[in-house]
Design a binder for this molecule. Structure first.
Ligand code: SF4
Length: 382
């Protein structure tokens, strides 16, 4: 620790900010991430049935309040964190960790399941098998849609038993469907000649936020270097929660600029191994001061964001070298052409052009020489 006294002082400041923010002081501690079921579900932003509907009808059955009332044993979380967003839960059949909001969506509404106890137990099963619940849920939802299209996969809507059997088949690669599901939704859908049934970007299953009602979130999925991920520049803070400020979630213009800052901050936080939930209450300046106190290297918030930009560009160059192009900065056709209940689709082209321009990339999404020189990465020019 370079400057323990500075660190103690900034820690005191940071804890004050976390205690003053309603998301980090109340919503996350009381309900965990499951608080988002109500927040997003009531606004038509939580998907259902493999993104073919919204989860409004599931909100009461799958809510964070129900999870707290009927299944919660105690809060849990990471060492030293004042938020303690984790949930230790139990059912008649056992006890375990979770589920998170994403899991309630992935193994609940996205599979047409409204039995919260069954969702909790499917979550335990994935935990025991070491499976990511978003990817599993997205893949099972794809299998469910394929089954409804006449391709026999055995995954039925609203049927926890068929979901359990499918998870076990996926984990053990049983039969053609289990073997393909183990490779994810894209591989499964392509094997049946129906790629449009896979809700994925760059091979990664989409998470629990319908971007048709959150334009910036859609741009985030399309441009995330690791595919359809909500943790590489989340716009839920800007577009729904109002942290650090609330913007019109249906607007298109200007979203690229906000997303780019969020992506840079996300990359910097990943690099610092810090939890992103703290960013509901804190800014890049707080993180920079903590970093300076710990390391003795004096930096400001802008330098931290610049480090995030270097990371983002380096990842992009890696992807380009491995054969990705701007054609991979796409969304599933459903999100571009099948409107939600409010008649919205993601207006990706307009945002993407602005995004490349703001990033200092070519219209084909390639970092320019000038941008790489500015970042000190010119030796990686493609
Ligand atoms: S560090 Fe993050 S994930 Fe861990 S308990 Fe705190 S808020 Fe939750």
């Amino acid at each position: 620790m370079a400057n323990p006294e500075d660190f103690e002082f900034f820690l005191y400041e940071v804890k004050k900010m976390i205690a003053a923010n309603p998301v980090t002081s109340t919503a996350l501690p009381r309900f965990g991430t499951a608080m988002l079921v109500g927040v997003l579900g009531k606004r038509g932003l939580m998907p259902a049935d493999n993104y073919r509907a919204d989860a409004g009808a599931y909100v009461d059955a799958l809510s964070g309040e129900r999870l707290a009332d009927e299944f919660l044993v105690r809060r849990s979380g990471c060492w030293g964190c004042p938020i303690q967003c984790g949930r230790q839960t139990k059912t008649d059949k056992g006890e375990g960790h979770g589920p998170e909001y994403e899991t309630i969506w992935a193994l609940g509404s996205n599979l047409g399941i409204d039995d919260l106890g069954a969702v909790v137990e499917l979550n335990y099963l994935c935990n025991e098998l070491g499976l990511d619940t978003i990817s599993v849920g997205g893949t099972l939802a794809c299998a469910m849609e394929l089954d409804e299209l006449g391709e026999p996969t055995g995954v039925r809507r609203g049927d926890p038993a068929s979901a359990q059997a499918a998870i076990e088949a996926l984990a053990t690669r049983s039969g053609h469907v289990g073997d393909r599901m183990a490779e994810g939704s894209r591989s499964l859908a392509e094997s049946f000649g129906r790629p449009e049934a896979a809700m994925q970007v760059k091979g990664l299953e989409l998470p629990a936020y319908d971007p048709r009602g959150m334009q910036g979130q859609g741009l985030g999925y399309a441009t995330s270097n690791r595919g359809g991920c909500h943790l590489r520049g989340n716009m839920v803070g800007f577009e729904v929660l109002g942290t650090p400020k609330l913007v019109d979630r249906e607007a298109v213009g200007g979203k690229a600029g906000l997303l780019i800052v969020a992506q840079h901050l996300g990359a910097a936080l990943d690099s610092l191994s810090l939890c992103k939930f703290s960013s509901f209450a804190l800014s890049e300046e707080h993180y920079a001061r903590l970093y300076s106190a710990v390391t003795g290297f004096e930096i400001g918030g802008q330098e931290l964001l610049l480090a995030g930009e270097r990371i983002w560009n380096l990842e992009r160059l890696y992807n380009l070298r491995e054969g990705f192009t701007c054609a991979d900065d796409r969304l599933p056709t459903r999100l571009l052409s099948e409107p939600n209940a409010r008649g919205e689709v993601v207006q990706l082209e307009e945002m993407l052009a602005e995004y490349y321009r703001f990033r200092g990339w070519t219209p084909e999404g390639v970092p320019t020489e000038a941008k790489l020189k500015q970042l000190g990465l010119e030796r990686y020019l493609v």
